[in-house]
Design a protein around this ligand. Sequence first.
Ligand SMILES: NC(=O)c1ccc[n+]([C@@H]2O[C@H](COP(=O)([O-])OP(=O)(O)OC[C@H]3O[C@@H](n4cnc5c(N)ncnc54)[C@H](O)[C@@H]3O)[C@@H](O)[C@H]2O)c1
Length: 373
Amino acid sequence: MKKTKVGIVGCGMISDTYFKASQKFNMIEVVACADIIPARAEKKTELYGVPNMTNDALFAMPEIEIVINLTPPQVHSKIATDTLNAGKHAYSEKPFGVDSDDAAKVIALGKAKNLRVGCAPDTFLGAGQQTARKILDDGWIGKPLCGTAIVMGRGPEKWPQAPFFYDYGAGPMLDLGPYYMTALVNLLGPAKSVTAVTTKGFDFRTYGPEVAEQYQDKYKPFDKYPVTVTTHLTGVVEFVCGAVITVVASFDVYKHGHRPIEIYGTEGSMQVPDPNTFGGPVTVCRKGQKEWQEVPLSHVYADNSRSIGAADMAIALRNNRPHRVNGDLANHVLDIMLSFDKSSKAGQKIELGTTCQRPKALPLGLEVGELDD
Ligand SMILES: NC(=O)c1ccc[n+]([C@@H]2O[C@H](COP(=O)([O-])OP(=O)(O)OC[C@H]3O[C@@H](n4cnc5c(N)ncnc54)[C@H](O)[C@@H]3O)[C@@H](O)[C@H]2O)c1
């Protein structure tokens, strides 16, 4: 199969998975990389033999069809815009952006230029989420009525990149919410409203010694730094299909006992695995049963397959079919996520201004490395 050539912009922590995509998926090949800190791109050249260059040089390479944007969220819309203006398809890591107007402009530019736009998370193409989707589509739990999506922890305060997580463009919703909201749209289709109350449990955070190295001494370990985003968001997302899902996303909680996602339907209940992973388990308890029962995974891609969304975009381009991990989906997910703070601030329900198609389920019987035509 002829491989689609891709370039990577942003050679940080997550980039290794994407550099390895050429080995996992037979439809894409990484041929160039760039980073605003050249030493980071040079390191990837050493590791993977992929030539490094400036962003502009990468955008100018005629053979590159897709640019994979692995920069921080605040830069996503700018790099996507540069990519589309260079005449290439734009695929980004999550979130799609940090500002709904900028994100909408990227969608409009892609449509105007007839170029594809895509954005992670692609974990919903994993075995766990696709099995849950099949259970729903096959009617095992009937019509979905309600459910929960809960992602809580004490936050990544001791990570080398800790300051990023408590600043504009991050917080638990923009950092982890994309996995949960995308999983919900994959299961239930588009949403129509969000009603929420959002808060901040701690005004200051104390970062560990690793931050000094990562941020070249901009932050001193064990000093207190202000938290500028909400770190606890509680709300209800109402879906067009009628289901209402209670959502909690928090960096303020030491321990809890909730499952990542549960969906309750007219014929039974389903526990959906962590949408920040590709695997299971999926469990179901149907009307008349007393205990949860684990359902064998129906699909491939149970191990870490990040970049499968870009691979799907490549094969979709070749065969002129819609790609699953697409801009409309990511933009709708961003709208849902940003509406939590909007609703809390306004003290009212927010009717969403965006929508999207529910992405097509993956077929059964694929081999690892394959996607459908
Ligand atoms: N690290 C993870 O585990 C993880 C997992 C899933 C998704 N993500 C997402 O991936 C993206 C990147 O995360 P990361 O953890 O790799 O961050 P990172 O900070 O380690 O890497 C980002 C890289 O982008 C570079 N960069 C910044 N601005 C640039 C520009 N204008 N042009 C070129 N390069 C630029 C930085 O120098 C840095 O090397 C984020 O959106 C994040 O949410 C990260």
